[in-house]
Design a protein around this ligand. Structure first.
Ligand SMILES: *Cc1c(COP(=O)(O)O)cnc(C)c1O
Ligand code: SF4
Length: 343
């Protein structure tokens, strides 16, 4: 069977099957990309700390033979991950532990964050979650019920955010139960889902899933996570079109990453491409300073310079908000030079 035939077959299989067949080692991925391992800074030790995991749909958008591919850089375990960087810690956001203990995180006034599962379809090297050994953690039914009661008793909460891990890794039965239960809460106006699956495993966007979302009494918002224009392949485009055609609002958030999207040109192309498929750029996050991710960092000053360039090129609605998370604050913090903006 040719490579192309077997790829077509793979993409026609169920999302669960595609997830099970995701690349899970450096050798297979390098072989697929026609890259000899000895020209890459790969590290088996880094791969043991946080395993390589990448679905074929995402890997298929990488450029074969390019050791500097911006998508490859997001998933390949490399030597730089073993370097120590001052100020980088295991849990920079500080609340992941708390969230997994209680199942919800109520930090911002009107919205509460659910940590439904620790699982993801892809292991992003820059992720703060990389230092937590909870890959298969799932919010128990009891905790989920307690979380729902908490929202019921707090009329100030107007939005529930399903996060993770990746909430779309949950099966349809689980998701549908949760969305129906949340939907019964009168004061809850919106359910927001933060997921990288529409981008890395678009097969997850099945008709059944769309039905579940469409039947929700609360408005559904889906925030996808895409860092580079090349991630938006034809499978991603179809999945997003199906969501959009069924009344689901789509936003995107990215992380500003050295060697991936750290030029104004790349950021502009990403925004343009997202919007051409009906997805609105929402946030551009500064990196959370998690151990093993220092080589991805772009400092605030440089980020501001980039945003100034992007703002000079794009219409305002295509400029994502540059933000960072600061422990103890009432919302995410806009990164600005002064009150007037990026200037
Ligand atoms: C990011 C985040 C939210 C959502 O914030 P928005 O600014 O509304 O996107 C909510 N709760 C927590 C704990 C968060 O980290
Ligand atoms: S939580 Fe998001 S960024 Fe982190 S590994 Fe999962 S998909 Fe990637």
């Amino acid at each position: 069977m040719s490579e192309q035939q077997s790829e077509t077959e793979h993409f026609n299989s169920s999302w669960q099957q595609q997830l099970a067949e995701a690349f899970n080692n450096i050798e297979d991925l390098c072989h697929y990309l026609h890259l000899p391992q000895d020209i890459l800074p790969v590290s088996a030790a880094a791969g043991r700390r946080f395993p390589l995991r990448v679905p074929l749909s995402f890997a298929a958008s990488m450029e074969k033979g390019n050791p500097h591919d911006p998508l490859l850089r997001q998933v390949l375990p490399v030597n730089d991950e073993l370097l120590a960087h001052p100020g980088f810690s295991a849990d920079p956001v500080g609340d992941l532990q708390a969230a997994t203990e209680f199942g919800v995180l109520h930090k911002y006034q009107s919205r509460v964050l659910f940590i439904n599962t620790g699982s993801c379809a892809i292991n992003c090297r820059y992720c703060f979650r990389r230092n937590f050994p909870y890959a298969d953690l799932q919010l128990s039914k009891q905790k989920e019920d307690a979380a729902i009661r908490y929202i019921e008793q707090n009329p100030g909460i107007s939005e529930a955010i399903l996060s993770g891990g990746d909430p779309l890794v949950l099966n349809d039965a689980r998701l549908s139960r949760l969305i129906q239960q949340l939907g019964r809460i009168k004061h809850l106006k919106r359910i927001r889902i933060h997921s990288r699956l529409p981008v890395v495993l678009p097969a997850r966007i099945t008709e059944a899933l769309i039905d579940t979302l469409r039947q929700s009494p609360a408005q559904i918002i889906l925030v996808i996570h895409c860092n580079h224009a090349n991630e938006i392949n034809e499978r991603v485009i179809s999945a997003c079109a199906a969501l959009k055609n069924n009344g689901i609002t789509l936003f995107n958030q990215s992380v500003l990453l050295r060697g991936v999207n750290d030029t104004a040109e790349q950021l502009c192309e990403l925004s343009e491409r997202l919007f051409s498929h009906g997805i609105i750029p929402y946030y551009l996050h500064l990196l959370d300073q998690a151990i093993g991710t220092g080589h991805f960092e772009v400092c605030e000053q440089e980020a501001l310079t980039l945003m100034r360039q992007v703002q000079a090129i794009l219409p305002g609605y295509l400029v994502p908000k540059l933000v960072k998370e600061v422990a103890g604050m009432a919302s995410k913090q806009y990164v600005l030079n002064d009150a007037s903006g990026y200037r």
